[in-house]
Design a protein around this ligand. Structure first.
Ligand SMILES: [Zn+2]
Length: 148
């Protein structure tokens, strides 16, 4: 899947942000189901890392369940999401290492920053096999007012 954008319905964007705020100051994580670059469903996941305020580890049992659900729906996991509760919405070196060893490399990586709790920021990235980060555009239904 080569794409320079991902489409996330506004309802799902809202769910991702509210889930991130609920777990703050711990980091949140989740998976996104979809086809090509169209997201159809968000799965909030448990962060089982021992220091969840600055790291995340998704529960492997939940990952298997999500993979199964996606298969049943005839779709796939097209995105991995996590939040940064006190840093910017960019992939850290740890995030990149994590991604490269996770087996999820075709997926889009969403990062939610909650540095400013009333102004959450979501950005999306793709990774190359050698760990090069490139930002991609997040599209959604309806009008866009900001200049890009
Ligand atoms: Zn991170």
């Amino acid at each position: 899947m080569k794409t320079d954008s991902i489409f996330i319905p506004k309802k799902i964007i809202g769910h991702i942000i509210s889930y991130s705020l609920e777990n703050d100051p711990d980091e949140s994580c989740g998976m996104l189901q979809g086809t090509n670059s169209m997201v159809s469903k968000f799965f909030p996941m448990s962060n089982i890392h021992e220091t969840p305020n600055n790291r995340y580890t998704m529960n492997p049992v939940e990952i298997i369940k999500v993979e199964d659900e996606c298969d049943t729906a005839g779709e796939s996991v097209i995105g991995i999401m996590h939040s940064h509760t006190h840093t910017q919405a960019y992939l850290s070196d740890t995030d990149v290492k994590h991604a490269l060893t996770s087996g999820y490399l075709d997926q889009v990586y969403l990062v939610v920053s909650l540095v400013e709790k009333t102004r959450p920021v979501i950005r999306a990235f793709k990774l190359s096999e050698d760990g090069k980060i490139s930002e991609i555009f997040i599209d959604f239904e309806g009008p866009k007012y900001i200049s890009r």
